[in-house]
Design a binder for this molecule. Structure first.
Ligand code: UDX
Length: 444
């Protein structure tokens, strides 16, 4: 395999993982960011992201002279040029936040194109790795105004907290372009990974990313709805999902019910595809229902908590003290973006509850939720002090091994509402806690 000369623009989750992993595959990579402080920290090996194995890959790449960091996309091209061979592939990994009406905001992509347009050598390839609306590759090509530079879509499917592993052991690699040659050159960068390769046109490649994330969201909304039905029919969702998951067409993954799905991708991508469908005059009812089911899930969790604390579906939560365990959108990350835990917390706050939270990934402080402050402490036992209920909102494995007898002594009322079905009901029962899960009967 030939080592290629690559610039990666944007050093967030996607960019930094892409840069470090491509360097580990033997390529020469310069990562660029507009944030000078971030670049300086990266040069010192401070990656600022909680991601298994990433810090090691970054320091290995830097030590081997294959990975470096610089301020500005144009400067990254200059650095490679100075080394004697110009850039061959430039990856755009800049943020595409949800803009007006749910459509991704492409200002950052446009700014990079503007910056590098005249500096790109002939035959270079511009690769879009950010999740962008279908048609962005064509739009990027128009902005570039360079017939000698091809644009390729190569979406990433990384999950936060397992990004390095996902990059190095992907289920598939998707590359789309109107230029067969450019697509093959990008695909060749990953040759060592031996993953299935889907080579297609740019619009299909962009669509694959949305279709995948929206399918995952739909799967979770479906499971959360099935869990609700299980509660009403006295069935156990854990057994139901195990039973359906053995069907290879369904699979065991992504079948855990929860307080709703969140994070930086699924909420943004479901909204974006809905807008794209609307613009294409297609009423995507299934996707709309997927999103609505998720929004209702937060309220459903609050109803559960209300019933557990007051004994009534309509009881008042005003000044009821509730301990929240978990705030991040999933375990293993410090990311609070579109976290369902915060969605539930905001509704509890609106209902007048008095909240104290603990999360292993979040520093003790105060977190702003929907305009009001919530106290975050650095000790789960302190969070539980005098609480009328403990609510598990994120599936941190360490919550399983807390000293539940000690927690029973700390709380005012020993009740746990476990929105992730994380805990062992028998352990809780032995510690004299009443346990309420999702879609499960107490037989646990
Ligand atoms: C997701 C996609 O999985 C990834 O392919 C894409 O590149 C980016 O978006 P990520 O945002 O890291 O990755 O989170 P993911 O692990 O998919 O979880 C999304 C949400 O679903 C979280 O809130 C999580 O707690 C929830 N979830 C996941 C469940 O409630 N149950 C499950 O079984 C799995």
């Amino acid at each position: 395999m030939f080592a290629r000369r690559i610039a990666v623009v944007g050093t967030g989750y996607v960019g930094l993982t892409t840069g470090a992993c491509l360097a580990s595959l033997g390529h020469r990579v310069v990562c660029a960011d507009v944030d000078e402080i971030k670049v300086e920290r990266l040069r010192q090996g401070q990656i600022g992201i909680r991601e298994d194995g990433l810090a090691e890959l970054v320091s290995e790449g830097v030590a081997a002279g294959r990975l470096s960091f610089i301020v500005g996309a144009a400067a990254a091209l200059d650095e490679l040029e100075r080394e004697g061979v110009p850039v061959e592939v430039i990856f755009l990994c800049v943020p595409t936040p949800m803009g007006v009406g749910g459509i991704a905001d492409l200002a950052a992509v446009e700014a990079v194109i503007e910056e590098v347009r005249d500096a790109l050598p002939p035959n270079a390839v511009v690769v879009n790795k950010s999740t962008v609306p279908v048609g962005t590759a064509d739009r990027t090509a128009e902005l570039l105004e360079r017939d000698d530079v091809a644009v390729v879509s190569n979406p990433e499917f990384l999950r936060e907290s397992s990004a390095v592993n996902d990059f190095l052991h992907p289920d598939r690699i998707v590359v789309g372009s109107s230029s067969q040659d450019a697509a093959e050159r990008v695909a060749a960068l990953y040759a060592r990974l031996g993953a299935p390769m889907v080579l297609t046109d740019a619009a299909s490649s962009e669509m694959i990313k949305y279709a995948a994330n929206c399918f995952l969201a739909m799967k979770l909304s479906y499971v959360n709805a099935v869990a609700e039905l299980c509660e009403r029919l006295d069935a156990d969702v854990a057994d139901v999902t195990e039973g359906i998951g053995y069907d290879r067409r369904i699979g065991q993954a992504f079948l855990s019910p929860g307080p709703g799905w969140g994070g930086s991708c699924l909420p943004k991508d479901t909204q974006a595809l809905l807008q794209v469908a609307d613009a294409a005059d297609f009423e995507f009812r299934l996707l709309r229902a997927t999103i609505d089911t998720n929004t209702r899930q937060y309220q459903r969790m609050v109803d559960k908590i209300r019933t557990a604390i007051t004994g009534k579906r309509t009881g008042s939560l005003t000044r009821r003290r509730i301990a929240l365990l978990g705030l991040t959108f999933k375990a293993g990350t410090d990311d609070l973006r579109s976290s369902p835990a915060l969605g539930v917390a905001a509704l509890l706050k609106q209902a007048g509850a008095d909240l104290v939270a603990y999360d292993p990934g979040v520093l003790a402080d105060e977190v702003l939720i929907e305009g009001s402050l919530m106290t975050v402490v650095d000790d789960p036992y302190l969070a539980a002090k005098d609480a009328e209920a403990i609510v598990i909102l994120t599936e941190w494995p360490e919550f399983r091994t807390l000293d539940w007898s000690r927690l029973a002594d700390a709380v005012a009322v020993p009740t746990v509402i476990d929105t992730r079905n994380l805990l062992d009901p028998d352990v809780l029962r032995r510690a004299a806690f009443a346990w309420v899960g999702i879609g499960r009967t107490m037989r646990g």
